[in-house]
Design a protein around this ligand. Structure first.
Ligand code: AKB
Length: 345
């Protein structure tokens, strides 16, 4: 709320303490034309809290808390980042389903209610994942190449199932919610989703994902610690560095709705095998000790994800283009960023 007491448009970020939230808050806090409301299950670090209008510790499954948000703020955009990632979700599938699906449903409902108050559709940005794909084996994965959004939608993880279903929920809320009601209701939700590849940050570490080996390998090398990689050297998936992930989310949020030919878009920057990743890490940190000690079950999950995704629709509809292809990602972002992070150099 402004000092005059007039409500300003607010952006709500759930899961604000995660690695995407951290970068997103940094970017969105540079503009003063909206309030920034951060919600996370844990208290955010002071430097992140300072950048937000309000920082709330709470659970997206807490209906009372969400009702309070509806009454306190005029929310026009939601970045719904809160989720249990793929490895963690396999250990607690019931909890994952509650957080990932019921949590998303609660937020879609909140978006719809907000829209009824202020009369505009609420933009709902939803990071989905390559985990929605499920390829049956390595030979099929090799043959499939860069997969399109409509192909191989057979996830093998709870997290992947949750993401795929929530994409459908988002589309449903955007186009069909209350389709049989006598009273015509306004289109309350403007759902937009990106299927992210493995994300790599120079600053933050993910928790509970299966693509985490990439981040762990680089950060361990920078800390001078040996690393046992839980997938084999030939395991290959697409990746993107964090600044591109943040840029793509904000670009999708800003694109005029009439340019969207679909509501769920693949985005990617480069694909690497774990062995190629190791070579790049050793080039930057020659003393790094990286061994391949595959964990069969986790490696199988990575094998079910595509080696590459086709992001032509994002490129055509809203001019998506990664700023960091692989060489630049390492030389201009990851290596200098990690050195600064650990050594201040
Ligand atoms: C995970 O590994 O679970 C995530 C993802 C690929 O969505 N990083």
């Amino acid at each position: 709320m402004s000092s005059s007491g007039i409500r300003r448009p607010a952006i709500l970020i759930t899961g604000a303490g995660g690695e995407v939230g951290y970068g997103l808050i940094d970017r969105l806090s540079r503009s003063a034309d909206h309030d920034l409301i951060a919600l996370d299950i844990k208290e955010l670090p002071a430097d992140v809290r300072e950048r937000c209008t309000s920082s709330i510790v709470g659970d997206i499954l807490d209906a009372n808390l969400l009702q309070r948000l509806v009454s306190q703020y005029e929310i026009h955009t939601i970045y719904h980042l809160a989720a249990l990632l793929s490895t963690r979700a396999e250990y607690t599938p019931d909890t994952a389903h509650r957080v990932n699906v019921e949590g998303t449903l609660n937020l879609l409902q909140l978006a719809h209610e907000q829209a009824r108050w202020h009369g505009n559709a609420v933009k709902f940005l939803f990071p989905s994942s390559i985990a929605v794909y499920g390829l049956p084996d390595a030979a099929t994965k090799l043959k499939a190449g860069a997969v399109r959004e409509s192909q191989w939608n057979f996830p093998t993880t709870m997290y992947g199932c949750n993401k795929l279903y929530c994409e459908h929920l988002g589309r449903y809320y955007t186009f069909h919610y209350r389709q049989l009601a006598a009273e015509k209701t306004l289109r309350g939700v403007d759902f937009r989703s990106l299927r992210f590849p493995g994300l790599i940050s120079a600053v933050t570490m993910p928790t509970g994902g299966t693509s985490d080996y990439a981040v762990e390998m680089i950060h361990s090398a920078a800390r001078n610690e040996p690393y046992d990689c839980f997938v084999p050297a030939e395991a290959k998936i697409p990746f993107m560095v964090m600044p591109d992930a943040i840029r793509s989310l904000i670009a999708l949020a800003e694109v005029p709705v009439e340019r969207l030919t679909q509501r769920v878009y693949n985005v990617t920057a480069f694909s690497l095998t774990a062995g190629e990743l190791q070579q790049r890490v050793v080039q930057a940190f020659p003393k790094a000790t990286i061994r391949f000690r595959p964990d069969v079950a986790r490696a199988r999950i990575v094998d079910s994800w595509p080696a590459d995704v086709d992001d032509t629709p994002a490129r055509k509809d809203w001019n998506w283009q990664p700023e960091y292809p692989v060489d630049k990602a390492f030389s201009e972002y990851l290596i200098p960023g990690i050195l600064r992070h650990y050594n201040g150099s």
